[in-house]
Design a protein. Structure first.
Length: 138
């Protein structure tokens, strides 16, 4: 019995030192539209906004469906961590090629495609009301 105590103590210490902390994710679903129509393809990206106190490093990403709806995921799990985010919409008419000369034909104005220029912001909170993560682009 005395020999198992040190083994158990080491096992508990190693489990606590794994560096992996569970993350809390909240459901983030919504709809994206531009010029009165759904943005029918592309992705929405939630970039943590450090200027508003969001220290997270993981992005939330959602695939846009033909009706403009999406469900965001973080690390391939449904939901996004709480906090403020800059929101990007990455939607092109043409698909990226395996070439450095590919030039995107944007479906949405280019300012929405970069965290430095997008004016879309969202705060991810528990129990967000319906429509909280809908975005109408101008």
């Amino acid at each position: 019995m005395a020999k198992t105590a040190p083994v158990l103590a080491i096992a508990f210490m190693l489990a606590g030192c794994s560096g992996e902390r569970p993350i809390t994710l909240h459901p983030v679903t919504g709809r994206v539209s531009f010029a009165g129509k759904p943005v029918a393809k592309g992705e929405i990206v939630f970039v943590p906004d450090a200027e508003k106190g969001n220290p997270h490093l993981q992005f939330g990403i959602g695939k846009l469906n033909p009706d403009g709806t999406y469900t965001a995921q973080t690390l391939q799990k449904p939901g996004v961590q709480p906090g403020w985010y800059k929101v990007m919409i990455i939607a092109t008419k043409n698909e990226p090629q395996e070439s450095l000369s590919w030039i995107p034909i944007w479906i949405v104005p280019v300012n929405y495609t970069k965290p430095e220029t997008t004016n879309l912001r969202a705060e991810v909170v528990p129990n967000a009301p319906a429509g909280a993560y809908d975005f109408t682009l101008e």
